[in-house]
Design a protein around this ligand. Sequence first.
Ligand SMILES: Nc1ncnc2c1ncn2[C@@H]1O[C@H](COP(=O)(O)OP(=O)(O)OP(=O)(O)O)[C@@H](O)[C@H]1O
Ligand SMILES: [Mg+2]
Length: 318
Amino acid sequence: MLKVVTSPTAPASAGATENRPQIWAVASGKGGVGKSFIASNLGLALAQSGRRTIVVDLDLGGANLHTHLGMSRPKHSLSHFINGKRSDLKEMIESLPGTTLGIISGASDHLEVANLKHFQKLKLIRHLYKLPADYVILDLGAGTTYNTLDFFNIADQGILSVIPEPTSIENSHRFLKSAMYRKLRDVPVDTKEIVKEILGKPTEQTRSLNTLNKIIASIHQKSAKHGKILRKNINSAGLHLIVNQIREPSDFQLGYSMALIWKQYYGKKPDSLSFLNHDASIMKALCEHQMYLHEHPHSRNAIQLKHLVKSIIHQQQS
Ligand SMILES: Nc1ncnc2c1ncn2[C@@H]1O[C@H](COP(=O)(O)OP(=O)(O)OP(=O)(O)O)[C@@H](O)[C@H]1O
Ligand SMILES: [Mg+2]
């Protein structure tokens, strides 16, 4: 059943598993749809609930997560780690005054995630897993560069933000499709061969396989073993949809329609669906260097975000 986030679902409890932090990635197909707002405030909500939390700005081309937390640009940034000036990602953590939240700021130069070399990406991922935290929240750049897709795909929980505009909806489908297809490559060699066979040379028969769900079902028919591997890989992470900047009652329908499409296309509904109102005080907090969640703890959006945190933690534990 689709979990619409409306109320707390479970008491909060500790998060880190297997001696590594849980990683949540906030992504979108299109820019400017609230990723940094969501990532920073989810981080604050987790920290407020007593979890050791670090937010990481992986939008290296347009790093501004610190601004959403009311900070001026931190002294250290990912650039120092990526260009080898600092060897441990931990050294880049800055504490947010008055909170237990840590932040790793994005690049201060114009280095883009898209330009990260493969070995740099692997090193960064290794260090993300070693951060001293229960939760690490990744604020990703918009779009479908391979590096962004890979950061999304390593996360235990993927959170997709969309706003009720055709371009945002279209690009969010493109993002999720690209992320899922990339997951099909991250399987054992023999399974990968079968995927290649089906996607590589379209035939009369394979042309009708126009959804990921149908592709996996068709592979399952050929070989249940490989079908199961693919399905497991696609379902390996939690997937959450946030419809941000709701202004009209009809905007809610967008969330429900997208959930249905995900089910048809990927064979997987979002694990939760949340709605955030358009709220002018978000911009005001940004301009006044304040933290929205601290300034407006009883707003509908603050309550939704705190409920989302509880809901994800609950799902992860059940
Ligand atoms: N629910 C909302 N109501 C009103 N304004 C919002 C809301 N969510 C975000 N905003 C505003 O929209 C702008 C873009 O938000 P944000 O920077 O979080 O988006 P983004 O997806 O991270 O953008 P980018 O892709 O450029 O990194 C900001 O000015 C922010 O204050
Ligand atoms: Mg951003």
